[in-house]
Design a protein around this ligand. Structure first.
Ligand code: PMP
Length: 423
């Protein structure tokens, strides 16, 4: 009925094998499948559910909005309130709501092109920014099986014309010299440089300070610096990776948490650039369901709950640090090579023998033993832990994960490492 039986590829479990679980319900840190099996959830809907599933404040906010109609196609108070909250928390001067992360990045790039009058964009190998044509070039997430030459702009998907892909330049993540060299040569033609400030879509990759400095240098060439915080926004801090790492992008893209589990994306930043967006300016962007009242209500309740609990980020950090340390210890005890990358509540355990913290770009991540990961994933699932079904994704922890879930996860991990050949 649907291609591959799913509405988004990684859900099909193609890289880990086995049968995808059909989820019937979710509460707190748990998913329950159609067969009544429960799992500790480390997907959190791929990021949005930072408060845990079925959070009372979010449920009540959606229920409250429901009584006044589900979509107006006209301005409403909730979208103004959410815009005020987002601009206050992030320092963006203007924000425009859309309905997905893909729309956010696609729109931000059109805006950067409209603002600069330039054609080219620059992205980093293994970063994923949604599925707009020009961004499916050397892309991460579900596309990480493809490889190509740097700067060669190979499309990662059929259906992307070479002419589109040719407008996307690619550089290596965490390689400031390569970025400087590309900017020196092509900087005057580049409308935007878009990046994941902490990568989740090649597995977690952590930016070096030198790379972040080089990223900010692109502004001097007149390129618009776009932080794609769809995954990291409101997750790594109330001001995302930007707040955590002290970044100053021109534009930022959001998704996931900003909609509290309903379909929302957003882009925003400097007024001078954002005022190029229609109807204020000449760059067209629109949406039937943009600013949808239910989605805005869920976003408001979620961001409100995060703001009301400033220690939450510390708790998430502590939980996820303990999870990472526990995994390393269990792997070591079983003789399984493992390298864990983590920032706050995002973590990837790469099945490879690399020194701690040395997996820092696409090629490093791609060296992982995906067969060992797949076998480990299956044992985890059989033991009631729903890990991300790909080696090249981040897992996400949330407010509902407690010591009970941590201990159960590490028990399962012990068995899963032990069941591997050599384990
Ligand atoms: N950017 C990043 C960094 C993402 O992680 C994702 C989705 N995982 C997107 C953009 C696209 O968001 P969406 O799936 O909502 O279109």
């Amino acid at each position: 009925m649907t291609p591959g039986g799913v509405n988004s590829p990684v859900r099909a479990f193609r890289s880990v094998g086995g049968t995808p679980r059909f989820i019937a319900s979710a509460r707190g840190a748990y998913l329950t499948d159609a067969d009544g099996q429960t799992y500790i959830d480390y997907i959190g809907s791929w990021g949005p559910m930072i408060l845990g599933h079925d959070h009372p404040a979010v449920r009540e906010a959606i229920a409250g909005a429901l009584g006044s109609g589900t979509s107006f196609g006209a301005p409403n108070a909730r979208e103004v309130e959410l815009a005020e909250l987002v601009t206050r928390l992030t320092g963006a001067e203007r924000v425009r709501f859309v309905s997905s992360g893909t729309e956010a990045t696609m729109s931000a790039l059109r805006l950067a092109r409209g603002f600069t009058g330039r054609k080219y964009i620059l992205k980093f190998r293994g970063n994923y920014h949604g599925h707009a044509d020009g961004l499916l070039v050397e892309a991460g997430s579900g596309l990480m099986t493809n490889a190509g030459e740097l700067g060669a702009a190979a499309p990662s998907s059929a259906g992307v014309p070479e002419e589109y892909a040719a407008l996307t330049l690619v550089s290596e993540y965490n390689d400031p010299a390569a970025l400087d060299a590309l900017m020196a040569e092509r900087g005057h033609e580049i409308a935007a440089v878009i990046f994941e400030p902490v990568v989740g879509n090649a597995g977690v990759l952590i930016p070096t300070p030198e790379f972040l400095t080089a990223l900010h240098r692109v502004k001097a060439a007149g390129a618009v610096l776009i932080a794609d915080e769809v995954m990291t926004g409101f997750r790594l801090s109330l001001n995302g990776a930007t707040g955590l790492l002290g970044l100053s992008p021109d534009l930022t893209c959001w998704g996931k948490i900003i909609g509290g589990g309903l379909p929302v994306g957003a882009y925003g930043g400097r007024a001078e650039i954002m005022d190029y967006v229609s109807p204020q300016g000449p760059v067209y962007q629109a949406g039937t369901l943009s600013g949808n009242p239910l989605a805005m209500a869920a976003g408001l309740a979620t961001l409100g709950a995060l703001e009301a609990d400033p220690d939450l980020y510390l708790r998430l950090d502590a939980y996820t640090a303990a999870l990472g340390e526990g995994l390393v210890n269990e792997a070591q005890a079983a003789g399984v090579p493992l390298s864990v990358n983590r920032v706050g509540s995002m973590l990837t355990a790469f099945f490879q023998d690399a020194p701690h913290g040395s997996v820092c770009n696409y090629a490093d991540a791609a060296r992982s033993d995906t067969r060992a990961f797949a076998a480990w994933f299956q044992t985890m699932l059989a033991r009631g832990v729903y890990w991300a079904p790909s080696q090249f994704e981040s897992i996400f922890t949330g407010a509902a994960h407690t010591d009970t879930e941590l201990n159960a996860t590490l028990d399962a991990a012990r068995a899963a490492f032990g069941a591997l050949p050599g384990g």
